[in-house]
Design a protein around this ligand. Structure first.
Ligand code: CP3
Length: 341
């Protein structure tokens, strides 16, 4: 078995220099991504055409040699498979047919129609076949709360207001929706691991909207059930959870038994690693802004981050996704800096 350094880190080992990948590494900052996206015609076609999804996943690996590839897809393919008609409105962000009450929810299938996601599993097989053996392949899904926040609103919202209101006004409806997403996520992640993913990441991008105990009920508890459910099917499954905006609850996320916890750029990295048990890896947390800036500011931010994580299991990454204005040469500089540490 070839050695995949990122998997050793997920198993609690310290690897130096740390393995590195970046969130949204297949994306609009890359000219080759924009070309394939144009060829596909739409974001949905790109997601659901295995050859094209595999191609854009592999592009940043060819260009930069990251230690991990992340499946090119979207967290909203799960509600799409339930029949909610996911599309990406040009310049407007994602759209779904909203589900706002128990009666609308009752019309959806009980269980994830997983056959509709067959192109994703085919893409994973193609990606694995095209990757260098030492490169880790990551699958992913959205955490139930984050996905539900799009399902209830039918789109992205600045504060997840519609889902937060549902949590207070109609918790029975929201619980049924979350339960369905928990079961769907278990099925989906287990199938990704079956199709060749080495590890999976659960994106909780909007947990910041859940005040106080709402975070326990609507984020931690559903994610705990997914971790248990996936491991029941795939013993030893390696799982990363990224609770963006919740640097205050990292110890609680680690206590779910996950292998790594993603740290956003608003969280002090020294405080973050202090909150995590020594064998739970941290992942992050370079500011995507310094990757736009480049030069000495980038070098300094990388050095500061490396100094803070030296001697513990860490996966170098950004604190959130890379943004379209980032010059690709700054990504190369970032990688070179990490690898010469
Ligand atoms: O990281 C990767 O390279 C893997 C692919 C990936 C995408 N989306 C591709 C994508 C992953 C892991 C995601 C996750 C995702 N999608 C999240 C969680 C992470 C986060 O960003 O907080 C969320 C909330 C979504 C929902 C979503 N999809 C949004 C809000 C958008 C619009 C974003 C934007 O910047 O316009 C998308 C579309 C999307 N998903 C793009 C990409 C590369 C932009 C697509 C394009 O226009 O070509």
């Amino acid at each position: 078995m070839v050695e995949r350094s990122l998997l050793r880190v997920l198993d609690g080992e310290t690897v130096w220099p740390p393995p590195v990948w970046i969130m949204r590494q297949a994306g609009r900052y890359l000219p080759e991504y924009r070309a394939t996206r144009a060829e596909a015609g739409s974001f949905q076609t790109l997601c659901y055409t295995p050859k094209l999804a595999a191609e854009v996943t592999l592009q940043p690996i060819r260009r930069f040699g990251f230690d991990a590839a992340i499946l090119f897809s979207d967290i909203l393919v799960v509600p799409d498979a339930f029949g909610l008609n996911f599309r990406l409105a040009e310049g407007e962000g994602p759209r779904l047919d909203p589900v706002t009450n128990a009666a609308e929810l009752a019309r959806l299938p009980e269980r994830l129609p997983i056959d509709r996601l067959a192109p994703v599993f085919e893409a994973l097989r193609l990606i694995r076949a095209g990757l260098p053996p030492e490169t880790t392949l990551l699958g992913f899904c959205g955490a139930p709360w984050t996905v539900a926040s799009y399902v209830v609103a039918g789109q992205g919202t600045p504060d997840q207001g519609p889902a937060v209101r549902a949590a207070r006004a109609d918790p029975g409806f929201l619980q049924t929706l979350i339960d369905r997403l928990v079961e769907a996520s278990i099925d989906y992640l287990a199938a990704q691991l079956e199709a060749g993913a080495d590890a999976v990441q659960i994106f909780e991008s909007h947990g910041g909207a859940l005040a106080g105990e709402l975070f326990d009920r609507w984020s931690l508890e559903p994610v705990r059930r997914i971790v248990e459910g996936v491991r029941a099917r795939r013993p030893g499954a390696r799982i990363i959870v990224f609770p963006r905006g919740r640097g205050d609850r990292l110890a609680d996320v680690a206590a779910l038994g996950v292998n790594a916890v993603g740290i956003d750029q608003d969280t002090d990295i020294r405080q973050a690693v202090g909150a995590l048990p020594s064998r739970v890896a941290a992942q992050g947390n370079l500011d995507p802004g310094v990757l736009i800036e480049g030069g000495a500011a980038l070098d300094q931010a990388v050095d500061t981050l490396l100094a803070a994580v030296r001697g513990r299991p860490h996966v170098l990454n950004l604190g959130h996704g890379i943004t379209p204005p980032t010059p690709p040469e700054n990504v190369a500089r970032f990688l070179a800096r990490v690898r010469s540490a």
